[in-house]
Design a protein around this ligand. Structure first.
Ligand SMILES: *[C@@H]1O[C@H](CO)[C@@H](O)[C@H](O)[C@H]1NC(C)=O
Ligand SMILES: *[C@@H]1O[C@H](CO)[C@@H](O)[C@H](O)[C@H]1NC(C)=O
Length: 244
């Protein structure tokens, strides 16, 4: 083997190892308004909150928790959500990593949110359960030229609308699926809402996200999506989730 082949093998191996542990955060935000010091009860309330969420979330993939405090502004609220196709152990591994990383990214911040491919974790000292989060979010997109952009964009919307309908219509608020394009291409998509929302709010959150997603006509978005605090979707020209 030449040295460049060995290097390639090593790089590939590193990539496989990295993605199988899912250890790369996609994005995070810290609330910048209020902070706390290590002496405040908030630091220990947050620890309790995280331990509870890591213990109770993995079996269902969704968890909400409150660590109350006599002083109301020290009460910690937390939400954990794993992607609908993750196993309990993948969910737990992702949340353990996510909570640890977010606390190190946002030391002393009273609120924060972090996303990975497999999970999301959010905390705050104000109640946020059951409300559509339209503050936190970001867009992922890979642009490329395709032979028939109009058809491609139409098919994308078609897949997303179909998946959205299925997602807000089932109790897991999750749907994945595929749509055949011109051979040999296939579009794979997944869509999910946080389960503290009502079905109506899930629908609204997804519709808003799909409408907000940019539509390009020269180089189209061949992969990407919107990752939000209450709902998300993603599509790619390759399978990126477990089809069960
Ligand atoms: C939060 O509680 C602390 C301790 O009682 C107090 O000093 C602080 O002013 C409170 N902050 C707000 C925003 O109410
Ligand atoms: C935490 O709550 C505050 C007040 O409602 C809000 O401004 C902030 O954006 C929240 N942080 C996150 C990460 O959602």
């Amino acid at each position: 083997m030449s040295s460049s082949t060995i290097l390639l093998v090593l790089l590939t191996l590193a990539l496989i190892l990295r993605t199988s542990f899912g250890a790369e955060p996609l994005q995070h935000f810290c609330s910048n308004s209020e902070t706390f010091t290590a002496q405040y009860p908030y630091a220990s309330n947050l620890k309790t909150l995280i331990t509870t969420l890591i213990a109770y979330t993995p079996p269902t993939g969704f968890g909400l928790s409150i660590t109350p405090d006599p002083n109301q502004n020290q009460t910690a609220f937390g939400l954990a959500l794993c992607r609908g196709d993750t196993s309990a152990s993948e969910c737990k591994a992702c949340l353990s990593e996510a909570t640890k990383e977010l606390l190190s990214f946002c030391p002393h911040h009273k609120g924060g949110i972090i996303w990975y491919d497999y999970c999301m974790f959010k905390y705050n000292n104000t109640a946020f359960f059951g409300k559509i989060d339209n503050k936190n979010g970001f867009i992922r997109s890979t642009l490329k030229s395709v032979s028939d952009p109009e058809t491609f964009n139409r098919k994308t919307k078609q897949l997303l609308s179909m998946l959205a309908q299925r997602a807000y219509g089932n109790s897991k608020f999750y749907a994945s699926g595929k749509l055949e394009l011109q051979k040999p291409e296939t579009l794979y998509g997944l869509i999910q809402c946080s389960r503290d929302l009502s079905s109506i709010d899930c629908k609204e959150c997804l519709q808003e996200a799909i409408n907000r997603f940019p539509v390009h006509v020269s180089r189209v978005v061949v992969g990407g999506g919107i990752v939000g605090g209450s709902c998300n979707f993603r599509y790619e020209l390759y399978p990126f989730f477990n089809i069960n």
